[in-house]
Design a protein around this ligand. Structure first.
Ligand code: EPU
Length: 316
């Protein structure tokens, strides 16, 4: 049925396009039907993706995108699933994840790190530390991938990934690649306009040289700060963007909403902007809790909270 790609049959009622797509892909590309998304998101909720694929090369990624266009299939780029809620009905279409080692390389050239979209931010921060490159320390505490971080201009500890960008290699949805310089990419707070219709393949992140010990010290301070202020239970990071000039977490805390629960989803006792899964949550619980918090903040403070987490998929 498939000449090359690693097709794994996980369910007797596979998507009708699964075998055709698998047949067009190279050896080494992983493709599965009915792949549970709960195990691929840090919040651990959500139903299955009809088709899940980890391309082995840019060529296979382009083939997948063109197949989706010609078959009118929706697709979605999954990073490490750390800022994501997949609804309980799962995703009708193709979930693409650039986690293959081909997309996860990290190389150092002077004060610049060249990182594949699938590289973990933690690994990037550690590679920078080992090379004596400063300025990337804040990435160590963000549980995502380079591609995901670029897509949402992830940040922490006063830094954001946009500030490090020297260039980004992208693919448009038609499968054509381009190398963009920093001035050709538009970032704002927790968004990247360019990556709404392009896929990040790799980034050049520029730091500055410093002593390894100084870099290590800053990384430890950031880590301590993070673990003292943020929950370790499964979550999708901050649920809401910070409204202008305020911390959404502080606002939610001041309204006494910590501990509010819907099913297995709870507003974290440690940080008001985190919704944690106590072990038994469904995506439905999380989404109901989000609406409840938004409604309380709107009614009591006249503030309309905007989502930071991305919500995808269908209702059950
Ligand atoms: N605060 C409270 N109660 C809370 C939460 C916060 O009083 O429940 C207070 C803190 O004590 C502090 C202030 O609010 O005085 C700001 O809190 P924090 O330093 O945690 O920053 P934040 O604005 O709530 C942002 C990012 C986080 C990032 C932290 C640390 C957003 C939406 N959040 O949170 O990013 O880790 O700064 O740098 O921008 C994420 O994006 O997923 C995320 C977790």
């Amino acid at each position: 049925m498939t000449p090359g790609s690693l097709l794994e049959i996980a369910h007797p009622k596979e998507h009708p396009f699964l075998a055709t797509l698998a047949g067009r892909l190279a050896a080494g590309t992983l493709i599965r039907g009915n792949e549970p998304m709960a195990k691929r998101t840090t919040l651990r909720v959500g139903g299955p993706a009809d088709i899940y694929v980890e391309p082995v090369s840019e060529l296979d990624l382009a083939i997948i995108l063109r197949f989706c266009a010609e078959s009118r299939l929706k697709f979605f780029l999954l990073g490490r699933g750390s800022n994501l809620v997949v609804r309980d009905g799962g995703f009708r279409g193709v979930v693409i994840c650039l986690t293959h080692p081909e997309f996860s390389r990290i190389a150092v050239e002077g004060e610049t790190l060249i990182c594949g979209a699938g590289a973990r931010l933690k690994d990037v921060a550690n590679a920078a530390r080992r090379a004596g490159v400063a300025g990337l320390e804040f990435l160590a505490g963000i549980p995502g991938s380079v591609g995901g971080a670029l897509h949402m201009n992830a940040g922490a500890m006063g830094g954001a990934i946009a500030e490090l960008i020297a260039g980004v290699r992208v693919m448009d949805f038609g499968g054509t690649t381009r190398d963009l310089k920093s001035g050709e990419i538009t970032f704002t707070y927790r968004t990247c306009a360019t990556l709404q219709n392009h896929i990040a393949l790799a980034a050049r992140l520029r730091g500055r040289s410093d002593l390894g010990a100084a870099i290590e010290r800053r990384m430890s301070t950031f880590n301590e700060k993070r673990w003292s202020a943020q929950p370790s239970a499964p979550s999708a990071g901050c649920a809401f963007k910070n409204p202008d000039g305020m911390s959404a977490g502080k606002l939610i805390d001041e309204l006494g909403l910590k501990g509010t629960r819907v099913g297995g989803a709870v507003v974290s006792a440690e940080h008001g902007n985190f919704i944690v899964n106590d072990g038994g949550a469904t995506a439905g619980d999380v989404l109901q809790l989000i609406e409840l918090v938004k409604e309380r903040v709107r009614t009591l403070r006249a503030v309309e909270l905007q989502m930071e987490v991305k919500i995808v998929g269908d209702e059950p």
